[in-house]
Design a protein around this ligand. Structure first.
Ligand code: SAM
Length: 196
C-alpha cells in the first residue's frame, strides 16, 4: 500500500481500493472539499448505476464545496447522483444510511477543513460516538478507515480516543491496526478497523 506514496491520503485510498467493490455502499464521514468523496465515488460506481456514497460534514460550506467539486469532476449526471450529501454531525450517521444497506467502508479524515474555518474541527467526544455508530453500521468484511492529524492542538488527544476505541474492539470480530510514517513524526496516522 505504501510503495511510491508520500501522502497518508494516498495510502488510505489504496487500502480502500483493496476492500471496495463496484456497487458497494460507503460513507464519507468528513467530506470537507470532496476529494475523498470523489475517490470513493469512482470506486463504487458501476455501469448499471449502482453504488452509493453517503457524504457527511457538519459545515454547510463543506457540503457546498464537495457538491461544486463533484459537479466539476464528474461529467455523468447519473454517476454524480450516486452521492448523497448531508450537513449533520457524523455521530448521527445511523439516521442517514438506510438500515437495509450493508456498508462496506466508513472513512474519516479528521481535523479541520483545509482553506476553511479552522475553529470547526472534529472533537474527541463526537468522533468516538461516530466510531461507535460506524461499527454498528458496518457489514462483515468491511472497513473503518480513520486518518488522524496530530500536528495541531488537540490532535494527539483525538488520536488517543481513536486508539483506545480501536484497542477496545473484540478480537473475535475485529482486526485493528495502525499505520504511521516513522520518518515523518507529525504525518497523519492511519487507523484501520476491519470487521470480520
Ligand atoms: N475528506 C475531506 C477532503 O477530502 O477534502 C477533508 C476533511 S477535513 C480534514 C475534516 C472535515 O471534518 C471538515 O470539513 C469539518 O467540517 C468536518 N467535521 C468536523 N466536525 C465534524 C462532525 N462532528 N461531523 C462531521 N464532520 C465534521
Amino acid at each position: 500500500f505504501v510503495t511510491g506514496k508520500r501522502k497518508a491520503t494516498e495510502v488510505a485510498h489504496a487500502v480502500w481500493r483493496s476492500i471496495i467493490r463496484k456497487g458497494d455502499t460507503v460513507v464519507d464521514a468528513t467530506c470537507g472539499n470532496g476529494n475523498d468523496t470523489l475517490a470513493l465515488l469512482k470506486m463504487v460506481a458501476d455501469e448499471r448505476g449502482q453504488g452509493r456514497v453517503y457524504g457527511i460534514d457538519i459545515q454547510d460550506s463543506a457540503i457546498e464545496s464537495t457538491s461544486c467539486f463533484l459537479n466539476m469532476a464528474v461529467d455523468d449526471d447519473r454517476e454524480r447522483e450516486l452521492v448523497k450529501l448531508f450537513p449533520v454531525c457524523h455521530s448521527r450517521m445511523e439516521d442517514i444510511v438506510p438500515k437495509d444497506s450493508p456498508v462496506r467502508l466508513v472513512a474519516f479524515n479528521l481535523g479541520y477543513l483545509p482553506g476553511g474555518d479552522k475553529t470547526v474541527i472534529t472533537v474527541p467526544r463526537t468522533t468516538e460516538l461516530a466510531l461507535q455508530a460506524a461499527s454498528r453500521l458496518l457489514n462483515s468484511g468491511g472497513l473503518i478507515s480513520v486518518l488522524v492529524y496530530i500536528g495541531h492542538p488537540g490532535g494527539r488527544d483525538e488520536l488517543n480516543v481513536v486508539e483506545s476505541f480501536a484497542s477496545s474492539l473484540p478480537i473475535n470480530t475485529w482486526v485493528s491496526c495502525k499505520l504511521q510514517m516513522l520518518n515523518r513524526p507529525i504525518a497523519p496516522v492511519l487507523i484501520l478497523l476491519n470487521k470480520k
